[in-house]
Design a protein. Structure first.
Ligand SMILES: Cc1cc2nc3c(=O)[nH]c(=O)nc-3n(C[C@H](O)[C@H](O)[C@H](O)COP(=O)(O)OP(=O)(O)OC[C@H]3O[C@@H](n4cnc5c(N)ncnc54)[C@H](O)[C@@H]3O)c2cc1C
Ligand code: SF4
Length: 570
């Protein structure tokens, strides 16, 4: 007979997932003396071994085309050098997409989740982002105001370390910043072009340390943050939050533990979490006074939908039917440009931090003439990046001949292009959501998610506006546009849903239990000891990348949870 092994210990809190939200909950709760069990589906992280931060292409077989040269055969999912365990497809853990819909889901399975290799762009939501319905009659207002969350943005920035400058721009609220990084040549040219066009282009806000902070070393400007950062100068929840929490004696970590179901008692409280121990392929159960679900927005919805009981027949805490609904990603569009002014530059090290040093915040907030609601910001790429497999495919295609003349052509073009990427707000719509596919399970028999996706005219018009803006900037630099930046991730002039990797919504917060799942503290209306602390509670998905806000909301919710436990309410 199938046996479930029960852990005899009852933890104060079980946290599921160790990314931005789970890592924050671990830090805050253990700091406050709460005993925590962390369930993480992936393995333990060893930065010294797992991060290929300073490995040069010639040091590895096939120059990083993968141990079996997967890149050559189109089978490499993610850059060989990129931090470990991140995938578009995980073997044995499928998801499905509804007929004629397109969606891609990037997941990471390792302690720290996607924070080990994310871009670290860290932008606060603005005051108006919390009141979208009041602003233009679309979407729903948040139950939280900017003023309520601002102190937690202060704490989050102060702890993780975010570069920036105070600019007084409403769409890009000022924060608690570390010194900024100076712009590089291509960025100076972008700034000049933007000035001509009356577009602001300001120092970027990145979770990378320009000064030592909380025992983490300052950045040494190797420019490889996407490979993970061995000195923890780039923020990751694993290194900055979970490793220090392991020293408190309050944290027990279960890796290779795939949460399958939240077990509720007759009174509607979660009493335990059932998980699959991947190593032994057995089912285990861990008991708790409260549970924090932070498995990433869509995984969190999946877990609730799969936790059915007589009392919660549509999934745990889902009487509103809103679990899985209001799914959003960021609107993405990217264009590259060739800039003759960058030709013939003396070769120099332009590595800096692994990402942009300047960016364009949304600048048309008060302009009425645009034909789409909401806004976008612009991320900027360029410089003499480390050449990798495939870097010069375009140059080879555009050149007749080979040998010396081809090398000259490549050298001439190296470092002369820039990339502009728009990141805009998607408005939740009824056709975009995830639910459980009744016909598919993963390798452990857990029912999987099915995605439904539709961009509306709002997003499509916004992407067109991005294109026009990018052409204007490239032309103002004296350059010409050379085509889509990531053609494989775009379809019909807009990113494929999910490919910007900013999924949010699916378990939204609100004041009305009939229309939302959680209250303003990320606590389930119906299940008082259930909290969701990733981007699932987000009512809207403003143009600002979500992770700083995940940290701020998880910080606030964790403090609230600890206090409610102290008062005996949870
Ligand atoms: C290449 C890249 C660049 C990005 N750039 C940026 C950026 O510049 N700025 C920004 O704000 N955001 C960026 N993001 C997005 C950012 O990484 C995510 O928003 C953030 O990591 C989400 O945090 P999370 O708490 O939802 O958990 P995740 O980081 O997604 O981690 C979730 C964890 O939960 C675990 N898990 C899942 N299901 C279960 C289960 N059932 N049981 C147990 N454990 C489970 C997973 O293994 C994983 O470790 C980027 C992402 C990528 C991949
Ligand atoms: S650029 Fe700085 S933050 Fe990024 S990996 Fe190198 S040392 Fe770390």
């Amino acid at each position: 007979m199938f046996q479930v092994k029960r852990n005899p210990q009852v933890f104060d809190v079980v946290i599921i997932g160790s990314g931005a939200g789970g890592g924050t909950a671990v830090k805050i709760l253990t700091d406050l003396g709460v005993s925590v069990a962390l369930l993480e589906a992936g393995p333990m992280l060893n930065p010294a071994k797992d991060f290929k931060e300073h490995v040069l292409p010639y040091q590895v077989d096939h120059r990083g085309a993968g141990p079996h040269a997967e890149e050559y055969f189109g089978r490499q999912q993610w850059g060989y050098f990129s931090a470990p365990n991140g995938y578009w497809n995980i073997e044995g853990e499928p998801y499905t997409v509804a007929k004629d819909n397109e969606f891609r889901w990037f997941r990471s399975r390792i302690l720290g989740g996607r924070t080990n290799h994310y871009g670290r762009i860290s932008l606060r939501f603005a005051d108006y982002d919390f009141k979208p319905y009041s602003t233009d009659g679309l979407g729903t207002d948040w139950p939280v105001t900017y003023d309520e969350i601002a102190p937690y943005y202060d704490k989050a920035e102060g702890f993780i370390g975010v570069t920036g400058t105070k600019e007084g721009i409403r769409s890009a609220p000022d924060g608690n910043f570390l010194p900024p990084i100076p712009p590089r040549v291509h960025e100076v040219l972008v700034q000049k072009a933007c000035k001509k066009l009356d577009i602001p282009c300001i120092p970027s806000r990145m979770a990378m340390l320009t000064k030592p902070l909380h025992g983490r070393a300052a950045c040494h400007y190797c420019g490889q943050c996407g490979r993970g950062c061995q000195t923890a100068s780039a923020f990751s929840s694993s290194q900055a939050m979970i490793f220090p929490a392991m020293k408190t004696g309050k944290l027990t970590i279960f890796t290779g533990a795939m949460a399958r179901e939240l077990v509720a008692d007759g009174s509607g409280k979660v009493t335990a979490v059932s998980y699959v121990d991947k190593e032994t392929r057995t089912e285990k159960q861990i008991r708790c006074r409260a549970v924090v679900v932070a498995a990433s927005a869509c995984e969190s919805a999946r877990l609730l939908l799969n936790s059915k009981s007589a009392r919660f027949s549509a999934g745990l805490a889902n009487s509103s039917g809103q679990v899985g609904r209001n799914l959003t990603d960021t609107v993405g569009y990217g264009l590259s440009g060739h800039i003759p002014a960058l030709e013939g530059l003396p070769r120099h090290n332009s590595d800096g931090i692994g990402g942009m040093h300047v960016y364009v915040p949304w600048w048309l907030l008060d302009k009425k003439e645009k034909d789409f609601p909401r806004g976008y910001h612009i991320e900027i790429g360029g410089g003499f990046g480390m050449p990798q497999i495939g870097s010069f495919h375009g140059a080879c295609r555009s050149h007749e001949g080979y040998g010396k003349s081809l090398k000259q052509h490549i050298r001439q073009g190296y470092g002369t292009s820039i990339g502009l990427a728009g990141r805009g707000e998607m408005i939740p719509n009824e056709h975009t959501y995830c639910d459980i596919d009744p016909r598919a399970v993963d390798q452990w028999g857990i029912p999987v998610l099915r995605f439904h996706w539709r961009w509306t005219e709002h997003e499509i018009k916004q992407a067109k506006h991005m294109h026009q803006t990018f052409v204007s900037i490239i032309e103002a630099m004296g350059g010409t546009s050379t085509g889509l930046r990531n053609p494989e991730r775009e379809s019909g002039g807009i990113s494929i849903g999910g490919t910007i990797i900013h999924e949010a919504g699916t378990v939204i917060m609100g004041d009305d239990p009939r229309k939302s799942v959680l209250n303003k503290y990320c606590q389930a209306h119906e299940v008082k000891n259930l909290f969701v602390m990733d981007a699932a509670p987000f009512v809207s998905n403003p143009d600002k990348n979500v992770t700083l806000s995940i940290v701020a909301f998880a910080w606030r919710a964790s403090e609230y949870l600890a206090e409610e436990m102290r008062k005996g309410n949870v």
